[in-house]
Ligand binder design. Structure first.
Ligand code: IPD
Ligand code: CA
Ligand code: CA
Length: 264
């Protein structure tokens, strides 16, 4: 195993322990509203501090981009961290959330770890070496007709979101697929595409820490990831489409007519 994956796994499991302990007493947690519908708890902060401290011990010169701390340091090596993806689910005791850690070198994703502490599912990947779930190789699904596919998504929920255009996209896809799911943790949704549990995924309005690890997992599992034009700028735009290579183009062509109506 790439040693960097090993250190990321160690950090993710430590964060997972913090999250699991806190899940036993959710009512007692201090919660803040970052903006309307966007919550952060002391668990998000504690898990993030644990991940950064743990990685900094091994890689003191690396930079970090973490959801709660922002950017720390400058380096060609940047760890991109979502300490608790699916905070709203977590705070409701809805057991769909994950820790997401990725490493980029000169902006190119090298290492990915997504850890689901509820199921003890560990997704890992490193560039060129494949993707794994609990140390077993995973691959994207083989379905080739959209009508047979289960597609994941995330609903827009922040003020000023493109709810109308999203609604049009949703309607087009809902009628053309076997079903659409909104589990509530984008990093885990993407990991589930890598594992073939979902055939595809799309969301608009994500941040780099929601996508980085999941995107590398999908690529290493043989899938495709892009923005709404299929281009690689999804980390900048926050608009992501992913899927197995047989349905990726079908997903894009179904979504594309609604892209021009997007406000953001
Ligand atoms: C959120 C989750 C959710 C997605 C949101 C994200 P957070 O992350 O990934 O599924 O729809 O856009 O912000 O805030 O729980 O880390
Ligand atoms: Ca997130
Ligand atoms: Ca988060």
């Amino acid at each position: 195993m790439n040693p960097m994956v090993g250190f990321a796994v160690k950090a993710a499991r430590r964060a997972g322990d913090i999250i699991n302990r806190a899940a036993e007493n959710i009512e007692q947690l201090k919660i803040q509203h970052k903006t309307k519908n966007d919550l952060v708890s002391e668990v998000d902060h504690a898990a993030e501090a644990e991940i950064i401290n743990s990685l900094q011990k091994t890689y003191p010169d690396h930079a970090f981009l973490a959801e709660e701390s922002g950017r720390i340091g400058e380096s060609d090596y940047e760890w991109i961290i979502d300490p608790l993806d699916g905070t709203t689910n977590f705070l409701h005791g809805f057991p769909v959330y994950a820790v997401s850690i990725a490493l980029a070198y000169k902006k190119q994703l090298q290492v990915a770890v997504v850890y689901d502490p509820c199921r003890n599912d560990l997704f890992t990947a490193s560039r060129g070496a494949g993707a794994y779930l609990n140390e077993k190789r995973i691959r994207v699904s083989k379905r080739d007709k959209l009508i047979d596919c289960l597609i994941g998504t995330g609903f827009p929920f922040k003020a000023n979101s493109d709810v109308d255009s999203y609604g049009e996209m949703f309607k087009s896809l809902a009628l053309k697929t076997a079903g659409i799911r909104r589990p509530g943790a984008a990093a885990l949704d993407l990991a589930n595409v890598a594992a073939g549990r979902l055939d595809g995924f799309w969301e608009i309005g994500l941040s780099p820490w929601d996508m980085a690890a999941g995107a590398l997992l999908i690529k290493e599992a043989g899938g495709l990831v892009g923005d709404l034009d299929g281009e690689p700028q999804y980390m900048d735009s926050g608009k992501i489409v992913a899927g197995n290579p047989k349905i990726f183009a079908q997903l894009l062509s179904t979504l594309r007519p609604h892209v021009r109506n997007l406000k953001n």
